[in-house]
Design a protein around this ligand. Structure first.
Ligand code: ADP
Ligand code: ADP
Length: 221
């Protein structure tokens, strides 16, 4: 089952001499329940591709389907809603709200959607990521690895169709990074969560069941 699919999706920045083909027309299929990695060097187009997959950035051409819905044919408001409901994001910089506790951060996307939280599921997520005892703290009171585990829990909380992680270990030291990826992998497995992880690090990518390589804007088969 394909959750997310691109059909000849491409991205060109600038015009004339300044033109950069950041993503050449790419056909990608992201399979349900599978842990994917996108690997490429700095400047190869990884972030461009992830932003297109996540509905954050409109491709210059081609289509992107999330659960059969052509994302960029939606109105901006509908797309924003779809992103909030169906896509979980984890970024290098954590992006937690510092004025709110860990628990508030994790529940925020669920409550924004006026959904009632699935407590049993959330408790399992918190246990898997080993942050159950961090709930009353503020993000500033946590280590980098703990903050990223909280960001992962927040992304999982809405049970998204897909979790997109952009260099999630970029701000962590090597061992903490490995630990966080291992916990992400464990949670993905436990909850059958579809994941797309972007990284320049071969060792990190080796955790994935499927690796997609991008080089000079070209997605290699
Ligand atoms: P990566 O994430 O692999 O480092 P990016 O997707 O950030 O690669 O960038 C791919 C290429 O597109 C690079 O040559 C980069 O300079 C260029 N690029 C990225 N974003 C922009 C932008 N907003 N305007 C112009 N060029 C850009
Ligand atoms: P950095 O690589 O500088 O740490 P991030 O990985 O946090 O930056 O973010 C990468 C890109 O994603 C940036 O262009 C940023 O604006 C965008 N971004 C970060 N967080 C969000 C978010 N919650 N929603 C939408 N876009 C975001």
């Amino acid at each position: 089952e394909i959750v997310l699919q691109t059909v000849q999706a491409e991205k060109v920045y600038g015009k004339g001499e300044l033109e950069t083909r950041a993503l050449k027309p790419a056909d990608i299929e992201i399979e349900k329940g599978v842990f994917h990695a996108i690997i490429g060097k700095s400047g190869s187009g990884k972030s461009t591709l992830l932003h297109i997959l996540g509905g954050l950035d409109k491709p210059s051409g081609g289509k992107v389907y999330l659960e059969g819905q052509s994302m960029f044919d939606l109105k901006e408001k509908e797309l924003a809603l779809l992103r909030r409901r169906r896509i979980g994001f984890v970024f290098q910089s954590f992006n937690l709200l510092s004025e709110h506790t860990v628990l508030e951060n994790i529940l925020m996307p669920v409550h924004l959607d006026k959904k009632k939280e699935d407590r049993a599921y959330l408790e399992k997520v918190l246990r898997t990521l080993d942050i159950t005892n961090k709930l009353p703290y503020y993000p500033d009171e946590l280590s980098g690895g703990e903050r990223q585990r909280v960001a992962i829990a927040r992304a999982l909380a809405t049970k998204p169709a897909i979790l997109l992680a952009d260099e999630p270990t970029g701000n962590l030291d090597e061992n903490t990074g490995k630990e966080v990826i291992s916990l992400l992998k464990q949670s993905a497995k436990e909850f059958g969560q579809t994941v797309v992880l972007v990284t320049h690090d071969m060792e990190i990518a080796a955790n994935a069941e499927r690796v997609i390589t991008i080089s000079n804007g070209e997605v290699l088969k």
